[in-house]
Design a protein around this ligand. Structure first.
Ligand SMILES: [Zn+2]
Ligand SMILES: [Zn+2]
Length: 426
C-alpha cells in the first residue's frame, strides 16, 4: 500500500475496521507495531509468514458451463434470454434451456439474441434439437433461424424439431411461419450443399391446437409436455407444463393473467411467468404514452401486481419473473409491486441465471461464461459431404476467380500430409 493510500486509510476509521476484518477472515491476525498486517507496507511485510493461503480451492458459487453433471433426479434451468423485443446487449429476448437428469434437453422460445447465450452453455448441438415456441413474436422465436443454421454447422447432425401452436387461421400458425422461414433461407441452405454434413439442415415442425387445454404435445423417455392457451395480442399463444420424475416445470409465454395458468401451473416446482415493466417506468424510460403504457403493460402483458397475485394462487416452490429490463433503477419498483400481492420464493430473472432443482432443494446461481467459446465436439461421426451436391457458380462469376493456386497449395499439402487425405484444389 502506498504512503498516500495508507494515510487515507488511517484517516478513515471505517476502512481500517474493514481491513482488520479482512485480515481476520484470511486468518492473518498477525500484528506489527500494533497495526494489522494488511496495513503494513508489503515491501516490509515480505518476510511475514503465510499461515493460510487465500487461494485454496473452495466451492464455487457460480455455474461454470460444461463442468457439472446432473444427478439422475435433478433438473437444471438456464435463462438464455429474459428481456424484451427491444434489443440490448445485457439481455437477449425470451429463451429458456431446461436440462433433465435423464439427458433430455429442451429449449423454450428462442428469442432474438439468445443464440449466443445457448452457445455459451457449451452443449453438443445434437442435444439442442428440441424447441417449444410459446408464440410467434420475434422476441420469442427471432433467433430460430440462427439456431437452425449455426447449430447444424456446429454439430447438430439431425433435424431441428420445433413444436408450436396453430393460429386462428393457417397463416397465423407455427407451420406457416416456419415453412416460410426455411424458404427465406433458400440461398443460405443451397450454398451449403456439398460442403458440410447435410443432416442438420432440416426442420421438423409439429403444430398443435392452441386451444388445447392441458393436452399432451410431447411424450418421450418419461417426459410429458402439455400446453394450455395464453391471452396475448391475438389468438394463438400458449404456455407449457413439463412433468418428469415427480418434478413440474411451467413455462408461461406472454399473456394477460389467465385461468388456465391458475389451474394447471398449480404447485409447480418452478413456474416462469412474464412480468412487465412497471407502467411509470414504461412512460419515463421507454417513452410510451400513458395510453400505450397502460394498455401494453397491464392488458397485453402481466403487470407486476398481477404476476404476484397469480403466484399467490399457484404457490410454486420458485416463481420466476421475466420480460422486463432488469436494471438497478427499474427492478426495485417491480419487486415492490410484486411484493404487494406475493410473499413466496421469487427470482427476478436476468440472463445466465441458473436454477438447479431437486425435490429437496432449489439452488440459484449465475453462470460465468467463456466469451470466446468454440463449438463442442459433435457426438456422432460426421457424414462426409457429397461434392456432387454443390451448386456451381455461373461461368461469368467463376471466371472472376483470381489465380491464387500457388499460394493456397501449401495449405493443401500441409493438411493432406497431416491427415492422410488427397484433396485437390477446384
Ligand atoms: Zn409476445
Ligand atoms: Zn414477449
Amino acid at each position: 500500500m502506498s504512503q498516500n493510500r495508507k494515510s487515507r486509510a488511517a484517516a478513515t476509521g471505517l476502512i481500517v475496521v474493514a481491513a482488520m476484518a479482512g485480515a481476520y477472515l484470511l486468518g492473518r491476525s498477525d500484528e506489527r507495531d500494533g497495526r494489522p498486517l494488511s496495513l503494513v507496507n508489503p515491501a516490509h511485510a515480505a518476510d511475514a509468514p503465510q499461515k493460510i493461503s487465500p487461494v485454496r480451492e473452495r466451492a464455487r458459487d457460480f455455474y461454470a458451463p460444461n463442468s457439472e453433471d446432473l444427478r439422475p433426479d435433478e433438473m437444471r434451468l438456464v435463462a438464455c434470454g429474459t428481456g424484451m423485443p427491444t434489443a440490448r446487449p445485457k439481455q437477449a429476448a425470451s429463451c429458456w434451456l431446461l436440462e433433465l437428469g435423464n439427458g433430455a434437453k429442451f429449449l423454450f422460445d428462442v428469442g432474438t439474441g439468445s443464440n449466443e447465450r445457448i452457445a455459451a452453455m457449451q452443449i453438443p448441438y445434437n442435444f439442442l434439437d428440441k424447441v417449444f415456441l410459446s408464440h410467434l413474436h420475434t422476441d420469442h422465436f427471432g433467433d430460430l433461424d440462427a439456431l437452425f443454421v449455426s447449430g447444424a454447422l456446429a454439430g447438430r447432425q439431425r433435424p431441428l424439431r420445433v413444436w408450436g401452436p396453430s393460429g386462428e387461421i393457417p397463416e397465423r400458425g407455427t407451420k406457416y411461419a416456419l415453412d416460410h422461414l426455411v424458404k427465406a433461407l433458400t440461398w443460405d441452405l443451397d450454398g451449403r450443399m456439398g460442403l458440410t454434413d447435410p443432416r442438420g439442415y432440416h426442420m421438423e415442425v409439429t403444430e398443435f391446437d392452441y386451444k388445447g387445454v392441458n393436452e399432451v404435445v410431447y411424450q418421450e423417455n418419461g417426459v410429458t409436455i402439455r400446453s394450455f392457451p395464453a391471452i396475448h395480442s391475438l389468438d394463438g399463444p400458449v404456455s407449457f407444463v413439463v412433468e418428469w420424475n415427480g418434478l413440474k416445470f411451467v413455462f408461461g409465454g406472454d399473456t394477460y393473467p389467465n385461468k388456465w395458468y391458475a389451474e394447471h401451473a398449480k404447485d409447480a416446482d418452478v413456474a416462469i411467468h412474464e412480468c412487465f415493466i412497471a407502467v411509470p417506468d414504461m412512460i419515463e424510460k421507454f417513452k410510451f404514452t400513458p395510453q400505450s403504457a397502460l394498455a401494453v403493460g397491464t392488458q397485453i402483458h402481466t403487470a407486476p401486481e398481477a404476476f404476484g397475485k397469480m403466484m399467490s394462487i399457484i404457490q410454486p416452490r420458485m416463481a420466476i419473473a421475466y420480460h422486463f429490463f432488469n436494471d438497478f433503477d427499474t427492478t426495485p419498483a417491480i419487486n415492490q409491486r410484486i411484493r404487494t400481492t406475493y410473499d413466496g420464493p421469487l427470482s427476478l430473472a436476468e440472463d445466465y441465471m441458473v436454477w438447479n432443482i431437486t425435490k429437496d432443494d432449489i439452488r440459484v446461481r449465475l453462470a460465468k461464461v467463456d466469451e470466446a467459446v468454440w463449438p463442442p465436439p459433435a457426438t456422432d461421426v460426421p457424414q462426409k459431404p457429397d461434392p456432387s451436391q454443390r451448386i456451381p457458380y455461373s461461368d461469368m462469376i467463376a471466371g472472376g476467380r483470381y489465380d491464387m493456386k500457388s499460394v493456397i497449395q501449401p495449405t493443401y499439402d500441409e493438411i493432406n500430409e497431416k491427415y492422410g487425405t488427397n484433396e485437390k484444389q477446384e
